[in-house]
Design a protein around this ligand. Structure first.
Ligand code: BES
Ligand code: MN
Ligand code: ZN
Length: 476
């Protein structure tokens, strides 16, 4: 299910719901008759006003009882307000509507963050079977000047919802053909051009990496391209490349069950590319953007690629495949080389659930950015901070490059001897070989693309990490 909750902005006098959320510290006298002084009430609950704190107060409302949620806003930063919005929306689950008063002086970014947090926390993976339905309508009460920021926040939140939907879809339904069909649907409703390479097209074009990874599956691979042409272009062209492995069993280098059970989300990077492209027109982005999703299912079978095979990528570089579980870099290599050869971008950014190693290095909260271009890394780190999809810059260590030398091909797909360590770094170095020296950044989102619990803006399952970050970067 996408985010089904409606979000609307109303004049503060237009209260209607039987649940009213008001920020700590706001004047309540206009809204409800409280028979207790607010400071004493908060002290009684030992509430300090931190973001995520909620004190619930039943109040008389004619003959009925209405509930007021006093919600903490912490330092009123976007980060705090995102969390506050999420917690309040969770408390409204199961209800038809909630009146949610915006903190008066939070400003456009703050209001947007509160609205975004409330919508993201209202995402539900499944309806009907267990779990409580998200609130049907969030009625934001605030000034008219908040409207543009809230509308943009809603576009971003719904893009995240689409990423979560695509990534949460079981691989029994989600194969490369299915993913391509969803991308084409998004293109049709968002004014994008689309192009899909079938296996024959891929063979004719020399996309040996995507074909090799997909050759063990009964569901053949696809390359998906979406193109956004702004009405008022600023003259720059960005290519976004996403890893679209619809299931990663590891191939013949088979994963154990524990390592495989969440691998339906191994196309999260590709889903971000699709959802971001789908939101650009609504945000009025002026950069030309092309999205590429390299989609394949990595399966073991009699037709699967074998460790030791040598494959030829788009553009002619050869790679010795020493581990079929290092498949993301193989499909991305083709797409990166194609972007460099044909699309002439000013900047390339790829996103991929590429390595377990990055989860070891940075954990589940912070994604990795690798780039040889300092200003691009800085832009992305800043967009991450502003959007709530935080990034940490990781190094491309040239001394580790010999890890990828092969005696039989231009490159090996892994550090076969394991002498260098730093698995996320050698993976990034591999990708760099296919970028033609262009301005490029690689986001390894393997650690952050899945949440283990319903918590704040996250619902258990896919997080949609990367969509808000890229939309922020492309619109600023
Ligand atoms: N899709 C995985 C990476 C991954 C791991 C994503 C955990 C999300 C959670 C990727 O294709 C993979 O299998 N990488 C290998 C690389 C290794 C064989 C060099 C890994 O990380 O073990
Ligand atoms: Mn793998
Ligand atoms: Zn993978």
């Amino acid at each position: 299910m996408p985010i089904e909750t409606a979000l609307r902005l109303y004049d503060p006098s237009a209260q209607e719901a039987d649940l009213l959320a008001v920020p700590f510290g706001a004047d309540l006298t206009a809204d409800v008759e409280l028979h207790l002084p607010v400071p004493a009430l908060l002290a009684h609950h030992e509430a300090k006003g931190e973001a995520g704190e909620v004190v619930e107060v039943p109040v008389a409302h004619g003959d009925a009882v209405r509930r007021v949620l006093l919600y903490g806003v912490g330092d009123a930063s976007p980060r705090a307000l995102r969390r506050a919005g999420a917690v309040v929306a969770r408390r409204a689950r199961g209800r038809r509507s909630i009146d949610l008063r915006l903190p008066e002086d939070a400003g456009a970014r703050g209001w947007a963050a509160l609205a975004e947090g409330a919508l993201l926390a209202s995402y539900t993976m499944k309806i009907g079977s267990g779990g409580v339905k998200a609130v049907e309508e969030i009625r934001l009460l605030g000034p008219e000047e908040a409207r543009p920021a809230i509308e943009r926040a809603e576009v971003a939140a719904r893009a995240v919802g689409l990423v979560r939907d695509l990534a949460n879809m079981p691989s029994s339904e989600k194969n490369p053909e299915w993913l391509a069909a969803r991308a084409v649907e998004v293109a049709e409703r968002s004014g994008l051009r689309s192009k899909v390479w079938t296996p024959d097209d891929l063979a004719a074009g020399g996309f040996g990496g995507i074909l090799a990874v997909g050759q063990g599956s009964v569901s053949p691979p696809r390359l998906i391209q979406l193109s956004y042409e702004p009405a008022d272009p600023d003259g720059t062209h960005v290519v976004l490349v996403g890893k679209g492995i619809t299931f990663d069993s590891g191939g013949l280098s088979l994963k154990p069950t524990d390592g495989m059970k969440f691998m339906k989300t191994d196309m999260a990077g590709g889903a971000v590319v699709i959802a971001v492209l789908g939101a650009l027109r609504d945000l009025g982005v002026r950069t030309r953007v092309t999205g590429l999703v390299a989609a394949a299912e990595n399966m073991p079978s009699g037709s699967a690629q074998r460790p030791g095979d040598v494959i030829t990528h788009y553009g002619g570089r050869t790679v010795e495949v020493l581990n079929t579980d290092a498949e993301g870099r193989l499909v991305l290599a083709d797409a990166l080389a194609y972007a460099d050869d044909v699309l002439d971008p000013d900047t390339i950014v790829d996103l991929a659930t590429l390595t377990g190693a990055i989860g070891v290095a940075l954990g589940r909260d912070i994604g990795a950015v690798f780039s040889s271009t300092d200003d691009l890394a800085k832009e992305l780190v800043e967009a991450g901070e502003a959007s709530g999809d935080p990034l940490w810059r990781m190094p491309l260590i040239d001394d580790y490059r010999p890890a990828l030398d092969s005696p039989v091909a231009d490159l090996s797909n892994i550090d076969a001897e394991g002498t260098y360590g730093g698995g996320a770094i050698t993976a990034a170095l591999f990708l760099r070989e296919f970028t033609g020296g262009r301005r490029w950044a690689h986001l390894d989102i393997a650690g952050v693309s899945r949440s283990t619990a319903d918590d704040g803006i996250f619902t258990k399952g896919a997080t949609g990490f990367g969509a808000r970050l890229l939309l922020e970067w492309l619109s600023s």
